[in-house]
Design a protein around this ligand. Structure first.
Ligand SMILES: Cc1cc2nc3c(=O)[nH]c(=O)nc-3n(C[C@H](O)[C@H](O)[C@H](O)COP(=O)(O)OP(=O)(O)OC[C@H]3O[C@@H](n4cnc5c(N)ncnc54)[C@H](O)[C@@H]3O)c2cc1C
Length: 478
């Protein structure tokens, strides 16, 4: 069906988000007789599973964040729009995006919402300034600045207690992200930074992985959890389980252990890898339809990933809640492709499928150089073999041949050698977020995660202020 009989034009598909769900949906529609508009608040597709390697200097941000425009350049039916979606009108079938004060309206016949999830601090949003999460390139670069900065500050500190504070790193959340992050900070301290300093010994850095749960890697098989725990200990990560964070500030954390005792951990660098909160666009859909959202803000979609009363609206990936599917890349990829196939079938006048079926390809997590765990259904793999499998799988899913080649080279530098090619940390990386916070409510991170709507002149003025102001001066690098 080349054109809509009533309107005389091709059906319009709007996709929100250029992550795994959004991008793979757009690519799947390349042969469909539709016009695709992909609207996302970043100009890149982000390969989040390797963000911790950007934060710890193994790879550069460009390797895991290729431009969406470039990926889709040969797909004639796809247009990429940079902008934060600030409104969805289900009755009018429009999506409104915002880019530095300019609003753009996009009408649709079919909509795929794949705006992902942000960090959740479980009602303690004040923790965020002291313990950044790791969801974006900005987060990873800020963390890199904080981690490397802590070693630099320790080198010039004279008070032993202050040196201990600076050389203590706490990762909160012992899921795959937390485990990988803690492992890499330990290896950075013990291998890469060895012999780099004169006044401190980076090998003495304390890396603590903390979680309220009783096991590391909760979704994995028990055998793999034990293996991961042992390996973490071997590379010098202190694993503290049954430990709930009750307070967090610039100097450290308040912790309540499972036996009820409380204690204080003094640490300059804290990293939050516990909990996610789905995009607030889900709440926007719930306000206008009969769909509900769960406690994490995820949209409780129907079996075919649509919302009740709106067969033209799909929600996929981390934003969707269905059958307790995990928030992982494969769920988003398969969901995005499913939604695209349903739309292509409708446009072609064919019946779609009744329900989305997820094919679980297993889970993996790296612990350290040459050691990973892989949960592949009945097959449980650990050690070097799992690590090789992890490398290959990640190379396959990194988008773009160039990125794959460059990443392979970076891995050779870091894993065969001791170096890390990406140890640059600029002041802006560390202070940029704080600078924006200091500019006041007009420049706060908005509901959906971008800058609040503001006049472009104000934005420019504010950026000028940020440039000259001694931002961050009342806060240490922690
Ligand atoms: C640090 C980290 C490590 C991970 N490791 C793994 C792993 O090893 N294996 C695995 O399977 N999964 C892993 N995951 C989970 C996996 O990355 C997610 O499940 C997956 O990215 C979800 O895809 P998505 O498309 O739903 O959302 P995302 O990939 O998050 O994409 C969301 C998109 O929406 C855009 N967006 C958000 N809000 C708006 C808005 N208002 N307007 C416009 N655009 C918007 C964003 O810019 C982005 O392009 C990891 C996640 C993180 C954070």
């Amino acid at each position: 069906m080349p054109t809509n009989q009533t309107t005389g034009r091709r059906p319009k598909v709007v996709i929100i988000g250029s992550g795994f769900g959004g991008l793979f949906a757009a690519q799947r529609l390349r042969k469909a007789d539709v016009d695709v508009t992909l609207v996302a608040k970043t100009g890149h597709h982000l390969f989040q599973p390797l963000l911790y390697q950007v934060a710890t200097g193994i790879i550069s941000e460009g390797e895991i964040a290729p431009p969406t425009r470039d990926i889709l350049k040969k797909q004639d039916n796809a247009t990429v729009i940079l902008g934060e979606v600030v409104d969805i009108d289900l009755a009018e079938k429009t999506v409104t995006s915002w880019l530095l004060g300019r609003e753009t309206s996009h009408s649709y016949d079919h909509l795929i919402v794949a705006a992902g999830a942000g960090q959740s601090y479980f009602g303690n949003s004040q923790f965020s300034q002291y313990a950044p999460g790791m969801k974006s390139v900005d987060d990873a670069l800020e963390l890199r600045g904080r981690i490397l900065g802590a070693f630099e500050m320790a080198e010039v500190a004279t008070d032993p207690a202050e040196i201990d504070r600076l050389l203590t790193f706490v990762v909160v959340g012992a899921g795959p992200t937390g485990v990988e992050m803690a492992g890499q900070i330990a290896e950075l301290a013990r291998r890469t930074l060895k012999s780099n300093f004169r006044n401190i010994d980076p090998k003495t850095a304390r890396v603590i992985l903390m979680d309220a749960a009783p096991k590391v890697l909760p979704p994995f098989h028990e055998k793999l959890q034990r293996n991961a725990h042992r390996q973490l200990n071997q590379i010098g990560v202190e694993v503290q389980l049954g430990a709930m964070v009750t307070g967090l500030d610039a100097n450290g954390l308040d912790v309540k252990d499972s036996d009820g005792t409380t204690r204080r951990v003094v640490a300059a660098t804290k990293i939050w890898a516990a909990g996610v909160q789905a995009s607030p666009l889900g709440a926007l859909l719930a306000q206008q339809s009969d769909v509900t959202i769960d406690r994490a803000g995820r949209v409780e979609v129907q079996k075919d990933l649509t919302i009740p009363g709106h067969p033209e609206v799909f929600v996929v990936g981390d934003m969707a809640s269905l059958d307790k599917l995990p928030g992982v890349a494969q769920v988003a990829i398969q969901g995005g492709r499913f939604a695209a196939d349903q739309i292509a079938a409708t446009v072609a006048g064919k019946a779609g499928k009744d329900a989305f079926t997820y094919h679980d390809k297993g889970s993996m997590a790296t612990i350290s150089r040459y050691h990973a765990v892989a949960d592949l259904g009945k097959l449980k793999v650990t050690g070097f073999l799992a690590w090789m499998m992890w490398l290959l799988v990640h190379l396959v899913y990194i988008v773009g041949f160039k990125s794959r080649v460059v990443t392979t080279f970076s891995w050779i530098v870091s894993f065969l050698g001791k170096g890390r090619a990406q140890r640059v940390a600029t002041q802006q990386q560390v202070y940029g977020r704080l600078a924006l916070e200091k500019l006041g409510p007009d420049f706060e991170v908005s509901q959906t995660g971008g800058l609040e709507q503001a006049d472009p002149d104000d934005v420019q003025g504010a950026l000028d202020v940020a440039d000259g102001a001694p931002v961050g001066s009342d806060r240490s690098i922690a």
